[in-house]
Design a protein around this ligand. Sequence first.
Ligand SMILES: Cc1ncc(COP(=O)(O)O)c(C=O)c1O
Length: 395
Amino acid sequence: MITTNNFAKEKILQLRKANLYRTLRRVSAIRKMDIRIDGRRAINFCSNDYLGLSQNPAVLKATRDHLCQISQCSSRLVSGNSPDIDGLEKRLAKHRRTECALAYPTGYMANLGALTVLADKTSIIYSDEFNHSSIIDGCRLSGATIRIFRHNNVNDLQRLIDTDKKLKLKSRKRIIITEGIFSMNGDIANLSEICQIAKAVNAITILDDAHGDFILGHSKEYAGTPDLFRVSRDIDVHVSSLSKALGCFGGYIAASYYVRELLINKSRQLIYTSAIPSYLCQAAIASISVAAKGFLQKKLCRNIEYFVEALRKLGFSTGSSSTPIIPIIVRDEKSSVNISNSLLKRGVFVQAIRYPTVKKGRAQLRVSLTAKHDRKDLDFALSCLETTARKYQLI
Ligand SMILES: Cc1ncc(COP(=O)(O)O)c(C=O)c1O
């Protein structure tokens, strides 16, 4: 007889055999990017806290000042809709230059919300092959026909659309969804071309800008990837997370008034869960004020240029990233874990990324830079990476 425990044990043994077993490590912050992980001191190169705002004194103060209730303990549609959420949404709409915004408890839920409300089984969703799991899950849950285009390849996107046109599927609603900065590769979407294609075929564009938001852009606001390409008005639905550059917690969608109304009425990820807590909204509002000064993005940019240049000189294969997410391609799952463990022993925390986050045989290390790393941190990481990579014949 198969018991639940035996079932689970067998699955775990399979994962171990395939070098895909994951564990939860005990990580506690010390100061800035110094952490203690499984009892060992290390510099953290795994966090998406790109601007270091999760420990910013002004953000922490705003959070403490508004901490009079842990949670509204209710859905926003029941009794959890605090004025703090409204305040945050107004600020986010201004930031993304949309009519409205809608806060979600997480970015994951925001993606699910956008896709399940805007797409149904009569729709076709064109999705980049490297899109995040929350997008993949949203696409599947929507029941739409899903077409995966090759990573950041607008010719392949066009080819898929043309094929569907020939199949006389043209009356169907089309949605194109991409990330802004891709979460594992760190490269930037060809957003101008994607928007042009979308316009030509009257498709809805959804952009998940979790990693580009408050990092990229020309405006003082750093309004993300569309701001960089000056196509903000061509994006129909902006999805983002508050737990990356803002260093907070939560997610949001920025879109038109009626899209927001529809989400409030139909998005199960908003209706059937408790509201994002008020103090987190105030934390995010305070973070946006600090981020809008622009100093931290400039410091981050200097760190990225220095680190990427040094890695390339050392002979690392880092893809085409010019963003805080820097992939170091390893391919083999076991080696990626061994290298990550070896780096940790030297005091550098860099996570190995394996299937299903990336394709099988495409394992990598994901270095995540922040404005809080100083030159000493970067030089230390570079020296440890060089020694470890030579040992594993990666360079
Ligand atoms: C591209 C992308 N979208 C969405 C999310 C989900 O955001 P959150 O952590 O707020 O749920 C992530 C998180 O890792 C992400 O990388």
